[in-house]
Design a binder for this molecule. Sequence first.
Ligand SMILES: NC(=O)c1ccc[n+]([C@@H]2O[C@H](COP(=O)([O-])OP(=O)(O)OC[C@H]3O[C@@H](n4cnc5c(N)ncnc54)[C@H](OP(=O)(O)O)[C@@H]3O)[C@@H](O)[C@H]2O)c1
Length: 165
Amino acid sequence: MTPRYAIVAAQSRNQVIGRDADIPWTVKGEQALFKKITMNGCLIMGRRTFESIGRPLPGRLTLIVTRQTQYAQPGCRVFHSIESALQDAQETERPIFVIGGGELYAATLANARQVHLTTIDLEVAGNVFFPDFPTPAFKLTHREHFESNHHYTYEIYEQPALETL
Ligand SMILES: NC(=O)c1ccc[n+]([C@@H]2O[C@H](COP(=O)([O-])OP(=O)(O)OC[C@H]3O[C@@H](n4cnc5c(N)ncnc54)[C@H](OP(=O)(O)O)[C@@H]3O)[C@@H](O)[C@H]2O)c1
């Protein structure tokens, strides 16, 4: 059985999540929200996302997925498949969060129990996208609007069908 995990992502109105290595906006308060959601959890991320962040995030375990067999980063655990990262994360008994980027979201969205999706009220140019969402399997359970330098909406979606598996 696939371990229980949540996805955490921030997208623009036009589904952009990144431009090359970076996130093409700075929104006051949005990083604090990310921190609040993920604190004490296990963060699973693609190698490119790790390199864009550049360090393990305090108070959380950092699990990097890469196909490079010799890859290592101080303070991080490295895996060569998403499944092995999820299995290891499950053994920690901490909540598991897949935090990007585009490749990881595309591979893990269908089996996520929960999606924490922030939508920034912006249309931006970019070349990394969040998949089309929500699909009919997901139900919206929470919506909160935040006023900031760019306003944003935080939504939580759940996938009820997976709860019975
Ligand atoms: N807005 C947001 O919420 C958010 C969140 C996170 C990231 N981002 C943005 O997203 C972009 C990065 O996303 P991305 O799609 O380019 O890259 P990514 O998903 O972060 O990482 C892709 C890399 O992960 C490894 N990988 C992926 N699938 C794998 C698998 N099944 N098995 C083993 N390794 C696997 C590969 O690493 P190797 O090449 O080393 O083999 C691959 O090149 C950046 O712009 C970043 O700023 C945005």
